[in-house]
Design a protein around this ligand. Structure first.
Ligand code: F6R
Length: 601
């Protein structure tokens, strides 16, 4: 996965691009590079390793350019494989995968092109060169038409100074607009120091950008207007805000992001919900809902199933997005597939969405990133408004996703006359206190740290929950494994007796998530059994059980809730903190866990 930034305008291009790349470092960190036109030529500087190495390579060089392109890349360990790459007068950066790379490369080799790198990107660069007949944008248009797969490209030519060409299909690319120029980039934080106004390119779009103008062409080559979206995020939202890592900063943001997710959607006292995005949905005839998502978003979907079945009485399935296209399903417009994705760019989820649409279902996308491909291609889209999530380990996106689905469940229930406004108002009464309850947990985070310190050296962990906390068990285990590299599994608690209990001993601890939910008593009995069999047990209980909970080795507490769903939002924060402090105690690079990237494209 890569991040790209291109700038053209009145600013110093090197500073603007490097600054932009620094906000994309979470996307990749094995190499970085920049290209800026200089007179009739172009200066290209690339460096292996973190962005600091590129900055080092640039230090002392006064490069007075006002346009250029830059790239940051994951999995490029040699300079030659870093971007930008060049074919004579054409210079290019690319984010994506060229699926027909081999076929195109063979043709280009036959045509006499020599390849310097092992990258699929170089195929696009030579292809553009081979098609160039004096018009860079036409050459890029013709070249990408031959590419199968995903691309977001930024191209320049020394023959056409003052032109930047941007094109995308299935990889993210947005264009920030300011008075004196344009910044094209894979993600919003890279441009926030310059602008809050963005043009989001549709799949297949190409933009020809000059210092003062932008012209966009759609995939048929027709000139087209794309609207400008204003993003409310401020720069600080995309920065660490004084926290050691983005993960802990984003955990702390949850009291606010929960309110941001709710903003404009509810009148709490009246139990009313406004989801204008779904006004065209034929709720009365809805027969079936299928959630499609990956990773943390899949765990939010598991909660969604419980919320919708409980409050709207509609049968719900949850599928791992990458499995869904292989199912033989007869769907129709009375099936709603809900695709959840923080980034809105996860390939598995996009492929599942397209498969759902092909099968005749309607699709609702729930995304955090505004203008994401998933939101654009689906029938309906709702944004979670959690702000930029930089940490690879997803935290605030999860709580906002879960909350969005709770709202959808209640909204559907109200329309189907299963749940009334009075019930919804009761739920909202408790929901409005969730931010302050999360703050109470955050104020006690040292207690979680103290327990994490006791467990961080474990090699294995099992997380157990029941009903509403079963998805949190899966999410807690995922957070632990991806940030600390401790092997962890999450299970519905009842499954413990069907095998995993054999593993428990003093070196293989279990985390029970047993806050005040209806099924709490039944988890208590499984906890007691695990303890009796010699297991080492840490558990999350409600405050009300502080003096009266089953025996365990370490206990953590969350504030009491009236409505049991609210305990979910509190329990997951404890699980997030626990994972964070285990990883911190082990000295892990928390925001950039090995082998992971923010969106799996
Ligand atoms: C875990 C994590 C991943 C993502 C998954 C889906 O912390 O971040 O498991 O949840 O890759 O990503 P999105 O939601 O962007 O589709």
């Amino acid at each position: 996965m890569c991040g790209i930034v291109g700038y053209i305008g009145e600013r110093n291009a090197v500073d603007t691009i490097i600054n932009g790349l620094s906000h994309l470092e979470y996307k990749g960190y094995d190499s970085a590079g920049i290209a800026v036109p200089q007179g009739a030529g172009v200066t290209i500087i690339r460096a292996v390793g973190k962005l600091d190495n590129l900055k080092e390579a640039l230090s002392g060089k006064e490069i007075a350019a006002t346009m250029g392109i830059g790239h940051i890349r994951w999995q490029a360990h040699t300079e030659v494989n870093a971007h930008p790459n060049r074919s004579d007068h054409i210079v290019l950066v690319h984010d994506g995968i060229v699926e027909n790379y081999k076929e195109l490369k063979d043709k280009l080799l036959n045509a006499g092109y020599q390849f310097q790198s092992d990258t699929d990107t170089e195929v696009i660069t030579h292809l553009i060169h081979s098609m160039y007949k004096g018009d860079l944008s036409k050459a890029v248009y013709d070249a990408v038409a031959k590419v199968k797969g995903a691309y977001a490209v930024l191209a320049i030519s020394t023959k056409e100074p003052e032109k930047l060409v941007a094109a995308r299909r299935s990889s993210p690319l947005i264009i920030g607009v300011e008075e004196g120029g344009y910044i094209a980039t894979s993600d919003i934080p890279a441009a926030l120091e310059i602008t809050r106004d963005f043009i989001s390119l549709d799949d297949g779009d190409l933009a020809l950008i000059t210092p003062k103008n932008i012209t966009i062409y759609d995939n048929t080559g027709k000139s087209i207007q794309r609207s400008t979206i204003h993003i409310d995020w401020d720069e600080e939202m995309a920065e660490r805000d004084g926290f050691d890592d983005f993960m802990i900063k984003e955990i702390h943001e949850q009291p606010r992001t929960i309110m941001d997710t709710l903003r404009g959607k509810i009148i709490p006292d009246e139990g009313r919900i406004f989801l204008g995005e779904l006004q065209e949905l034929d709720v009365a005839n809805l027969e079936r809902i299928i959630f499609l998502a990956c990773g943390t978003s899949w765990h939010a979907s598991l909660l969604g199933k419980q919320f919708i079945e409980r409050y709207a009485h509609i049968p719900v399935e949850v599928d791992i997005a990458s499995e869904f296209p292989y199912r033989d399903l007869q769907l129709n417009k009375n099936t709603l597939c809900i695709c959840i994705s923080q980034s809105g760019e996860t390939t598995d989820t996009k492929v599942a969405m397209r498969s759902a649409l092909d099968k005749g279902a309607q699709v609702l996308a729930i995304c955090n990133v505004v203008g994401a491909s998933l939101a654009k291609e689906s029938t309906y889209a709702i944004y979670t408004h959690a702000g930029p999530e930089i940490s690879i380990a997803s935290t605030k996106a999860f709580t906002s996703q879960a909350l969005t689905i709770l709202l959808i469940a209640l909204w559907l229930g109200e329309r189907r006359k299963v749940t009334d406004n009075k019930q919804i108002a009761e739920i909202f009464k408790d929901l409005m206190i969730v931010p302050e309850r999360i703050n109470a947990i955050l104020e006690q985070k040292e207690a979680v740290k103290a327990v994490a310190d006791q467990y961080k050296d474990s090699k294995n962990f099992v997380y157990l929950g029941r009903n509403l906390t079963a998805p949190i068990a899966l999410e807690g285990a995922l957070k632990l494994k991806e940030t600390s590299y401790i092997h962890a599994e999450g299970y519905p608690a009842g499954e413990l007796r069907h095998g995993p209990i054999a593993l428990l001993d003093k070196t293989f601890p279990a985390m029970f998530l047993a806050p005040g939910i209806k099924v709490q008593e039944s988890i208590f009995s499984i906890l007691q059994e695990a303890k009796a069999k010699g297991g080492r047990v840490v558990a999350v209980f409600s405050e009300k059980d502080r003096d009266n909970h089953p025996e365990c080795d370490h206990a953590l507490f969350v504030p009491d809730c009236e409505v049991e769903e609210m305990a979910v939002f509190l329990t997951v924060v404890v699980a997030q903190l626990f994972a964070y402090y285990c990883a911190k105690g082990l000295g892990r690079d928390i925001d950039k866990p090995r082998n992971l990237s923010k969106a799996v494209i």
